[in-house]
Design a protein around this ligand. Structure first.
Ligand SMILES: [Zn+2]
Length: 296
């Protein structure tokens, strides 16, 4: 499932090509991918939207239009949002297609993934396409208030990579909590954007066991986790995310962080620090990999 670094990569890919543009047509090929409002109302309202900004909030892609209307995309397990040339053959499981107008006075600065082989992109691309084989993703449209009130978008905790998010804030959020560390990192209302990959990675970097109770951590340990969390996420953003399953960027290219993961997906393999085999347990229903020797 795409997490904060993967969504951040897609958002930064999309931003220069969508800001200032208008959505001129929308085709829903699988209408129930829209969760708010009704699909017909969604299409009526999304056409004509002038895009003011493209942002990320937690694991959500937030395309903000003039008039404070948001087009929100959650990629679920296997969603992909790509900019393509309209001539490109429709991929299987394409559920929504948005036509984007052409900028006046020429083409946008098409760049694609910097310095990546095989990522040459045609300057003709004017379509935003959403594909999702497993259909756990969703599209939403409305104001912040309407989306919160409808329950379509949950209240999210702070952004862990926000410069204003301090270790003291994390410590306050952990105090007296009886939940296990891994479970609390996955809770989007405590911190936004962290999923299975970066919870395991940051706990390993912080040398903390994932099954410890959050409320048992000293201020010093929380400080270490705060730093590790930000480092794990920032490094993954720099490497354009982890393509451990179906994740691709807005150009359809893979990230490279999957080659550099310390523990995620490495159960039974040797710990890079101590050489002992990594352990696998389940916490909050999720596979959790850690080193019994290095993490306490
Ligand atoms: Zn170890």
């Amino acid at each position: 499932m795409p997490e904060l670094p993967e969504v951040e990569t897609i958002v930064s890919d999309l931003r220069p090509h969508l800001v200032g543009r208008t959505i001129v047509r929308c085709e829903l090929r699988f209408p129930t991918i829209v969760r708010h409002p009704e699909p017909e109302a969604f299409v009526d309202s999304v056409v004509g939207l002038h895009i003011a900004s493209v942002e990320r909030r937690g694991k959500y892609i937030v395309i903000r239009a003039d008039g404070d209307v948001l087009l929100v995309v959650h990629l679920g397990m296997s969603g992909q949002l790509r900019i393509v040339d309209p001539e490109t053959r429709l991929a299987p499981h394409t559920h929504a297609v948005f036509d984007i107008d052409s900028p006046e006075g020429g083409l946008p600065p098409w760049g694609g993934a910097p310095g990546r082989a095989g990522s040459r992109h045609t300057p003709l691309g004017r379509q935003l396409r959403y594909t999702d084989p497993r259909r756990f993703g969703r599209l939403l449209l409305g104001t912040d208030a309407a989306l919160l009130a409808s329950g379509a978008m949950p209240r999210l905790g702070p952004e862990p990579i926000d410069p204003d998010f301090g270790a003291d804030d994390l410590y306050r959020r952990f105090r007296k909590r009886k939940a296990r560390l891994k479970a609390i990192l996955l809770d989007q209302s405590t911190i936004a954007g962290v999923g299975n990959i970066y919870a395991d990675e940051s706990l390993h970097r912080a040398r903390l066991r994932p099954d410890r109770l959050a409320g048992s951590l000293s201020r010093k340990s929380v400080g270490r986790l705060h730093e590790s969390l930000r480092e794990s996420l920032q490094v993954a953003i720099a490497n354009r995310g982890s393509s451990v399953d179906t994740y691709r960027d807005a150009w359809g290219s893979m990230g490279t962080q999957q080659e550099k993961l310390l523990v995620y997906g490495r159960a039974g393999e040797p710990c890079f620090t101590c050489g002992r085999p990594l352990s696998l347990i389940r916490i909050a229903g999720r596979s959790t990999v850690f080193c019994r020797h290095c993490q306490r």
